[in-house]
Design a protein around this ligand. Structure first.
Ligand SMILES: Cc1cc2nc3c(=O)[nH]c(=O)nc-3n(C[C@H](O)[C@H](O)[C@H](O)COP(=O)(O)OP(=O)(O)OC[C@H]3O[C@@H](n4cnc5c(N)ncnc54)[C@H](O)[C@@H]3O)c2cc1C
Length: 433
């Protein structure tokens, strides 16, 4: 399959539930709360606020789910890259322990949300395999798994034949199986949250990029081409697509790219061998390989990319090589579509919550774990606006601190994916399992 034969199209747009009815901004709108960004974070925040009776405007510069939420791999991966003790050390006892407790039920809470709001998003809680690509990664993963299991998470260690049967791959010698993991159709989930929010009175506007926020007589005025939204409170849920709206917000994370392909539907026999039972997989590589099925048995396979185009700096070739490495049984399979999106990766690979001015909140930087954690953040942002004290939330409110040399590092990001891939290959050669 050559690159040209795979269409540049986000697979989820083809299989998603219909888009919710949104309006075009035309004139002045006054609300209690404005949520900027119509991804999972923004839609879940707007929904939580509307449930509590707050009047809300939800705006996206493009469309609901246009950003990472509508492009995502859609894997619900429930744990962090740190152990519970490391989180407590990093965030302090109060926030650390709250975050650990929240994490233990986070995937369950997402699937419960989906059921409660009746969201049709092909949600399947079939488990997640977190696989190690090297001995060093295996040792770290074992420590991580045991620490979270001791805290109460249902995690099983798999090796050898058991792992090969559970994954259909011989590329790994060790993995954790997380029972709470699963997957969703991410665009349908985002649209579902938005639809539930609109049903509860949220005014949703598309094609309304907010270009300027100013404080006038104690209220925030948000300017977009069609008009102005006046609000007591503003939530910035713009994640890796943040740009210039709030000073330095986009300098608190590295804007990386994630790229994906989707194959033709696999036969029943192939599906019984590869990721049986529709379990998902992602691994410990820096340029992380991840795979899952869609509802029709197509395999979605992804890794880190170099830009908005999948093919940039050899991205399509890397995806095909990755697929061949993990599932050689289907190397050369027809690839129907390919697409890319932006992810926000913070230096400590944990999301950030900010409260940079009176009535302004931001939540972003999921570092590739957004499917579950955007809902945790959305609920936390809504709770904060509704009056929950900062100390009662799972995330501390951090100052907005630009990463040193952010501009220089950002310019080098396209090179990160090939460099990380090279490093991963060296790891496998010198330290493989
Ligand atoms: C290819 C890919 C694969 C991924 N796979 C996984 C996975 O398997 N599991 C997982 O947990 N995570 C995964 N992620 C990450 C996950 O999808 C994200 O963390 C999550 O979707 C972030 O949601 P969000 O709502 O915070 O941001 P987004 O969905 O990016 O939404 C931000 C929105 O803000 C809007 N916006 C920006 N600026 C403005 C403005 N000034 N005015 C108005 N609107 C504005 C944008 O248009 C955009 O729609 C993946 C991401 C990608 C790209």
């Amino acid at each position: 399959m050559t690159e040209g034969q795979a269409r540049d199209e986000i697979h989820w747009t083809v299989t998603a539930t219909p888009a919710p009815e949104c309006r075009q901004l035309d004139g002045r709108v006054e609300v209690d709360a404005l949520v900027v960004g119509g991804g999972l974070t923004g839609c879940r925040t707007a929904l939580g606020l509307a449930e509590a009776g707050t009047s809300v405007a939800l705006v996206d510069g493009a469309r609901i789910g246009w950003g990472a939420s509508g492009r995502s791999g859609g894997q619900a991966n429930p744990i962090w890259r740190q152990t519970p003790d490391e989180l407590i050390e990093k965030l302090g006892r109060n926030h650390g322990e709250r975050l650990v407790r929240t994490t233990l039920t986070a995937a369950q809470d997402l699937f419960a949300d989906i059921a409660r709001f009746g969201i049709d998003c092909d949600a399947v809680q079939s488990g997640w395999l977190q696989a190690a690509h090297s001995r060093k990664a295996r040792d770290r993963m074992r420590l991580l798994g045991r620490a979270w299991a001791a805290a109460g998470m249902e995690i099983e260690e798999l090796e050898g034949d058991a792992l090969r049967r559970a994954s259909g791959s011989s590329a790994y010698g060790f993995a954790l199986r997380h029972a709470a993991g699963g997957h969703v159709q991410p665009l349908s989930l985002t649209r579902g949250y938005a639809r539930a929010a609109i049903t509860r009175g949220v005014q949703a506007f598309e094609n309304a990029p907010i270009s300027r926020l100013e404080r006038v007589n104690g209220k925030w005025h948000a300017h977009a081409p069609g008009g102005v939204i006046v609000a007591e409170n503003v939530v910035l849920a713009t994640n890796a697509y943040s740009k210039g709206l709030w000073p330095d917000l986009h300098k608190t994370y590295y804007g990386l790219f994630s790229i994906a392909i989707v194959t033709r539907p696999l036969s029943e026999t192939e599906q019984q061998e590869i990721l049986p039972g529709k379990v998902t997989i992602s691994d410990s590589r820096l340029a992380i390989y991840f795979a899952r099925y869609d509802r029709d048995g197509r395999l979605i396979f992804g890794c880190v990319g170099s830009g908005e185009r999948v093919g940039q700096l050899g991205g399509f070739q890397r995806l095909k090589r990755g697929l061949r490495t993990v599932f050689p049984q289907i190397a050369g399979i027809a690839i129907e579509r390919k697409w890319a999106g932006r992810i926000a990766v913070t230096p400590e690979m944990m999301p950030h919550m900010h409260e940079p001015a009176p009535g302004v909140l931001a939540g972003l930087g999921y570092s590739g774990r957004g499917i579950v954690m955007t809902s945790v953040m959305g609920r936390a942002l809504a709770a904060r606006l509704l009056g929950t004290p900062p100390g009662d939330l799972p995330f501390p409110a951090l100052p907005i601190r630009p990463i040193p040399f952010h501009g220089l590092v950002s310019r080098l990001i396209p090179l990160a994916a090939p460099a990380m891939t090279l490093r991963d290959r060296l790891d496998t050669l010198t330290d493989g399992l």
